[in-house]
Design a binder for this molecule. Structure first.
Ligand code: UD1
Length: 423
């Protein structure tokens, strides 16, 4: 296992570049299962989650060739029934998004149930609801989901909203399966995340007919087959937001390159309320400029275009040093607060009350040994370490490597003092 060692207190300046989106790449890679012929995907980040997805797809009979930085050529070589095993699926929940493409294309899918994780229970009922509505027969046996379809799936009208709002990957699964179903499908209560729109655009390039892309009502007219297509993955809005928090915390003149600000409205609104100006120049470089002393804020995570749950932990780090008391409420994953205990080891004054973090700003954080509990919690601890006085060691960084490409090289490039070592 490895750790990151961070000497806090360096002022940051320079340009830091955003990679392709992890959460867009994962379902887009799964969608290659649907195509006849070769797809070439570009701007795919080099992350451990992506390597897990590539392993799963290879096991399922997709030939994947890495052609250069961020470029993958993918071609299905078999449509025999096959199984996505527990060994791989348990490493990454997002592997469940092979379920829809497999049952739609091969008439059979066997995918391990992903299991729980530290951010909460993470049920799969909406994935199953969407596929059942399309006519798939689904059984749960021995920890596996088995889905069958007798011939093509059938288009249907489906309401996919859940108790905590829409589901991103259940929308992806149902959408992908509906593209090959017989007839028209309407998904109401669909997730509107830019990653779903990016997936939809890839499916359209493959020959799918989709209306309402990026809206809560997606209408799909099924086609008998799809062909391979070239497609570029969008920039990672969560990585962009993480770098913007770094700029806010310790930046003198940090420029974030490649951020799509139109995907970050709610996050930008919160940064502005705390006292920052967000500026984008004609070259697209984004600066986060302190306008006044940073003050507390109230925010609630919500489905897109609301404040993203994947930036909640990083925001909490920023607010540990803000003047006053902030309250950040989780509406997507009510238990996603494992980072609070670790931030308090760095001297933050934070408490969890029901599904909210209550943060009272302190003057200074101090370095300590801490542990990443999940991907974004890990990023929040790295950010905190960069402004803490003294040395911070972040352990279990395999979580961080799931979603941040070369994090220490990128942060060193803007002046952070951060190194990787064996723990
Ligand atoms: C995706 C993102 C993840 C992000 C999350 C919420 C990927 C690879 N991951 O995960 O980074 O944090 O969206 O924006 O894109 N739910 C159900 N039943 C289901 C499925 C989900 O009740 O069948 C609930 C979840 O428990 C949660 C809410 O719906 O409360 C949203 O989760 P969901 O959008 O499904 O998360 P993922 O798609 O797994």
């Amino acid at each position: 296992m490895q750790k990151l060692i961070i000497e806090g207190g360096n002022k940051l300046s320079g340009t830091i570049k955003v990679s392709g989106s992890k959460n867009a790449s994962l379902p887009i890679l799964a969608a290659t299962l649907l195509a006849d012929g070769k797809s070439v995907l570009t701007n795919v980040p080099d992350l451990s989650d992506m390597r897990t997805m590539v392993k799963i797809l290879r096991e399922l009979g997709v030939d994947i060739e890495k052609r250069g930085p961020g470029e993958l050529a993918c071609k299905v070589t078999t449509i025999e029934p096959s199984c996505a095993s527990y060994e791989l699926v348990s490493q990454m929940r997002a592997s469940i998004c092979v379920l829809g493409p497999l049952v739609a294309r091969r008439g059979y899918a066997k995918v391990s149930l992903p299991g729980g994780c530290v951010i909460g229970l993470r049920p799969v009922d909406l994935h199953l609801k969407g596929l059942r509505a399309l006519g798939a027969e689904i059984e749960m046996k021995h920890g596996y989901i088995e889905a069958r379809s007798n011939g093509r799936l059938r288009g249907a009208h489906i309401y996919l909203g859940g108790v905590n709002g829409p589901s991103v990957l259940a929308t992806a699964n149902t959408l992908m399966a509906a593209c090959l179903a017989d007839g028209k499908t309407v998904i109401d209560g669909a997730a509107c995340e830019p990653e779903i729109a990016n997936l939809s655009n890839y499916l359209v390039a493959m020959g799918a007919t989709i209306e309402g892309i990026g809206t809560p009502r997606i209408q799909i007219t099924g086609v008998p087959s799809l062909k391979g297509a070239n497609h570029e993955v969008i920039a990672d809005r969560i990585e962009a937001g993480t770098f913007m928090v770094a700029a806010a915390l310790a930046g003198e003149d940090v420029k974030v390159e490649g951020a799509r600000l139109e995907h970050l409205s709610a996050f930008i609104d919160v940064l502005q309320q705390t006292g920052y100006i967000i500026d984008q120049d004609e070259d697209g470089l984004v600066r986060v400029i302190k306008d006044r002393p940073v003050t507390s804020v109230q925010a609630t995570t919500m489905p897109y275009p609301g404040f993203p749950t994947d930036l909640q932990a990083q925001l909490v780090t920023l607010l540990t040093l803000a003047d006053g008391m902030s309250v950040i409420t989780e509406r997507i994953f009510p238990d996603r607060f494992m980072h609070l205990a670790e931030l308090s080891r760095l001297g933050a004054n934070v408490q969890k009350i029901h599904s909210s973090a209550v943060i009272k700003g302190v003057k200074q954080l101090t370095g300590a040994q801490v542990m990443a509990s999940d991907l974004r919690a890990g990023a929040a601890l790295v950010l905190a370490g960069m402004v803490a006085q003294g040395t911070t060691e972040v352990h279990r960084i395999y979580h961080i490597d799931r979603g941040y490409e070369q994090i220490e090289e990128k942060l060193r490039g803007i002046g952070a003092q951060i190194t990787r070592a064996d723990a």
